[in-house]
Write a protein that binds this ligand. Structure first.
Ligand code: F6P
Length: 323
């Protein structure tokens, strides 16, 4: 297939490592003598023609930068056919035959819509939530997890000094992968995620009581935003037991910062693979990881897959918090 011009976009919530990935797409395209254009503000940029030519200079010194130089958005206009037609006519006008779409499920649905209009697309998973079913790894998760871990370690110092209880809310939208990982990493007293049924007395109060019985005097409760609000949980703890918990909502701080080495290297590999796939005619696919290796799946199949919290994580949590 004669790929001539690739467009690359970032869409949905930003994730550290998106820039590393954009850089890899551009450098791989140029390596093969293919032109590369950056589409700004996600699918909105494709609709409005907000597009810039990218070369090695535009993407220099961004491998280490959080956020996305292409900006990002969740485009409402692109959800309808009118918006999609405008986007396709921009592609035709600029001679963009292929698009690399970096983001989460919403981004992939957008790419699937483009593919129906004859544009070659390859998707790359990037979201701190790590909630994309077809892949174990998504760009940004590692950095976000490490940011949250660092914040909670700091919180622990003051919780320990004052012998307090902390309730920390971790991002993740409707998914608890980030909260579970972070909670295990900080040795939380309890972790609440939306995927697991919660019995408040058993999963929070009993855990605190058991920790106290064993001589602990401060308690760290990690809650995924999809499992409830930290302030509501703190209030319930206060009603149930003689503690006055402090609430911390980590919020968007988790989405920023210098990407970790892991995010940079994986983003670079995924960006490289996306362009190689386009060159080989392997289009309408999602680059992903499965059992420790890089692979890819058809967009429809990938979007239809289901993901679950690993049973092992649930078992480990029980062992780490059960007395
Ligand atoms: O999907 C990434 C994410 O950060 C979620 O964890 C969170 O629920 C959401 O985006 C927040 O979106 P916004 O940046 O629009 O507030």
């Amino acid at each position: 297939m004669g790929i001539k011009r690739i467009g690359v976009l970032t869409s949905g919530g930003d994730a550290p490592g998106m820039n590393s990935c954009v850089r890899a797409v551009v450098r791989t395209a140029l390596y093969h003598g293919i032109e590369c254009y950056g589409i700004r503000r996600g699918y909105n940029g494709l609709i409005s023609g907000d597009i810039i030519k990218l070369d090695e200079k535009n993407v220099s010194h961004i491998i280490n930068r959080g956020g996305t130089i292409l900006y990002t958005a969740r485009s409402k206009e692109f959800l309808n056919e009118e918006g999609q037609k405008k986007a396709v006519s921009t592609c035709k006008f600029l001679g963009l035959d292929s698009i690399v779409a970096i983001g989460g499920d919403g981004t992939f649905r957008g790419a699937r819509a483009l593919s129906k209009w004859g544009i070659n697309v390859v998707c790359i998973p990037a979201t701190i939530d790590n909630d994309i079913s077809c892949t174990n790894y998504s760009i940004g998760f590692d950095t976000a997890a490490n940011t949250a871990i660092e914040c909670i370690d700091k919180l622990r110092d003051t919780m320990q000094s004052h012998e307090r209880c902390s309730v920390v809310e971790v991002m993740g939208r409707n998914a608890g992968y980030l909260a579970m990982y972070v909670g295990l990493a900080v040795g939380a007293t309890a972790i609440l995620v939306p995927e697991e049924p919660i019995d408040f007395e058993r999963d929070v109060i009993e855990k605190i009581r058991a920790a106290r019985f064993n001589g602990f005097t401060h308690y760290m409760i990690v809650v995924a935003e999809g499992a409830g609000s930290a302030s509501e949980i703190a209030n319930k703890i206060k009603e149930a037991i003689d503690l006055d918990p402090r609430v911390t909502v980590l919020g968007h701080i988790q989405r920023g910062g210098t990407p970790t080495g892991r995010d940079r290297v994986n983003a670079t590999k995924m960006g490289y693979l996306a362009v190689e796939m386009l060159l080989q005619g392997r289009t309408n696919r999602i680059v992903c990881t499965h059992q420790g290796t890089f692979t890819d799946v058809d967009i429809d199949e990938g979007l239809a897959m289901q993901k679950h919290i690993q049973k092992m994580e649930v078992d480990v949590l029980a062992a780490m918090t059960g007395i």
